[in-house]
Write a protein that binds this ligand. Structure first.
Ligand SMILES: [Mg+2]
Length: 214
């Protein structure tokens, strides 16, 4: 018996130590990086709704197919210590694993593969390219581009209960009303408003595994 039957993971600054859109913005120079990072931070603290900044950032950064591929490699290279082992162990015990992210789906697929999560269990925002691999927009209709997107999407999944959501941002703690418990993950960042919402605070994937399996 495990304490939770399903676990929902955030990606950026949880399963991997980067913020994907900020990483892409950094390719455009330090000014764009600082601008993007400050928007991310304010959104993750709950000071700005995600939807207010999503389109603005994507229109400014306009990532190419090649850059999304490079970001995919970065997500894998910066995987959280112990995450691969933890997810393998949880799966072995029969825990259902889901990834939900406001990040770009095509960049996250390699990380999902690395931790053994299928594409059907990965919920994120698609990015589009033209025939030359240049940026051609993003899935602006995805609920994941909105503040309440994770809550709405996870609420409809019909996951086996009890459920645990794990993440570092306000869009993660928003899932509280549709999951059994929420754990703030502080291995990469510590956000006080998120910690205040959390039932548990975990800093490592070893702690998380203990919490789920105990
Ligand atoms: Mg995050």
């Amino acid at each position: 018996m495990t304490r939770y039957k399903s676990v929902i993971f955030d990606v950026d600054s949880t399963l991997s130590g980067i913020e994907g859109i900020d990483w892409l913005a950094a390719l455009r120079g330090p000014e764009m990086q600082a601008w993007s990072a400050s928007l991310t931070e304010r959104a993750m603290k709950g000071e700005l709704p995600i939807e207010a900044v999503y389109e603005e950032r994507m229109n400014a950064v306009r990532p190419s197919a090649r850059e999304i591929e490079a970001l995919g490699q970065e997500y894998v290279a910066r995987i959280a210590p112990g995450a691969k082992k933890a997810l393998a162990e949880l799966r072995k015990k029969g825990v259902a694993l889901v990834m939900v992210s406001g990040g770009l789906r095509e960049a996250i697929i390699p990380l999902a593969r690395e931790v053994g999560v299928s594409e059907a269990e990965l919920h994120a925002v698609s990015v589009y390219f033209d025939k030359d691999g240049e940026y051609a927009g993003f899935e602006s209709t995805s609920p994941m581009t909105r503040q309440e997107g994770k809550r709405i999407t996870v609420g409809k999944m019909g996951l086996s209960t009890p459920t645990l959501a794990v993440g570092d941002g306000m869009t993660d703690s928003e899932m509280k009303s549709v999951v059994t418990n929420f754990a703030a993950f502080t291995g990469f960042t510590r956000r006080q408003p998120v910690i205040e919402q959390a039932d548990f605070v975990v800093e490592t994937f070893e702690q998380l595994t203990d919490l789920i399996l105990r």
